[in-house]
Write a protein that binds this ligand. Structure first.
Ligand SMILES: N[C@@H](CCC(=O)N[C@@H](CS)C(=O)NCC(=O)O)C(=O)O
Length: 206
C-alpha cells in the first residue's frame, strides 16, 4: 500500500504533496470537493476527528495529521532524499525548531482569517480577530526573516522541507510588511522542478 493524502486544492496539503513528490515515493491524492476556507464535510471526521486537511494515511494504514509532524516523519522515512538535515545534528535541531515554529505560530494564525468565530464569542469582534491574525503572522514572519542568516534558506545554503512549508505560509500572508529574504526563498521554492507544477496547481502565480 502507498501513502494516501487527503487535501483540497489551495490548502495546506500542498506542502505534504510536495514532500511526497520530493521523496519520490508512491502516493494517491484524494482531493476533496470542498472550498478552501470552509469547514470540511462532517463525514471527514471518519478520517480525522479534528476534521482538517492535510490528513495522510501511511503505507501501513495508520493515520497522520498535523503538518509539522507529517513533514518531520516523511523526512525521517526518506533520509536518502535529504529532505532535512541528518537527525541529531544542530542543523536538524534548527529544522525542528522552525518547522514547529511555523506550525504553531503562522499556520495557526492563518486559520483565524477564514474561521474568526472560533477565536471569539463576540459576533462584533470577527474583524478584530482577523486583523490581529494578520499582525501576528507578520510578527512571526519577521522572526523567520531574521533567522534567514546568511540564507538563502532557513538552514543556510541547503534547502529543506521547512523552506517549502514557510513558502506556502508566506504566500497566505495578507499584511503590508515586506520580507525580502522570504520573498527570495519563496521564489526559489517555486522553481524546484518537482515542486513547480504542484505549486501552480494549488496557488497559480501567487
Ligand atoms: N494544525 C493543522 C492545521 C491544518 C489546517 O488548518 N487545515 C485547514 C486547511 S489549510 C483545514 O482543514 N481547515 C478546515 C477547518 O479547520 O475546518 C496542521 O498543522 O495540519
Amino acid at each position: 500500500m502507498s501513502y494516501r493524502l487527503y487535501n483540497r486544492p489551495g490548502s495546506g496539503g500542498f506542502v505534504v504533496e510536495a514532500a511526497l513528490a520530493l521523496a519520490e515515493t508512491d502516493f494517491e491524492l484524494d482531493e476533496l470537493d470542498s472550498r478552501a476556507g470552509t469547514p470540511l464535510p462532517e463525514s471527514f471526521r471518519d478520517h480525522n476527528p479534528w476534521r482538517q486537511v492535510p490528513t495522510l494515511i501511511l503505507p501501513d494504514g495508520s493515520t497522520m495529521t498535523e503538518t509539522a509532524a507529517i513533514l518531520i516523519h516523511l523526512a525521517n522515512c526518506h533520509p536518502e532524499k535529504a529532505l532535512a538535515p541528518p537527525s541529531g545534528t544542530s542543523a536538524h535541531a534548527a529544522f525542528l525548531r522552525w518547522t514547529v515554529f511555523a506550525n504553531v505560530n503562522i499556520y495557526e494564525a492563518v486559520l483565524r482569517l477564514p474561521y474568526p468565530d472560533r477565536y471569539t464569542t463576540d459576533p462584533n469582534g470577527l474583524e478584530a480577530v482577523r486583523e490581529a491574525a494578520v499582525e501576528r503572522m507578520g510578527k512571526a514572519l519577521s522572526v523567520l526573516e531574521d533567522a534567514i542568516e546568511p540564507g538563502p534558506y532557513l538552514l543556510g545554503d541547503t534547502m529543506s522541507l521547512v523552506d517549502v512549508y514557510v513558502a506556502m505560509l508566506f504566500t497566505w500572508y495578507r499584511g503590508d510588511s515586506v520580507f525580502p529574504k522570504l520573498t527570495t526563498l519563496k521564489a526559489a521554492v517555486k522553481k524546484i522542478p518537482i515542486v513547480a507544477p504542484i505549486w501552480q496547481r494549488h496557488f497559480g502565480d501567487r
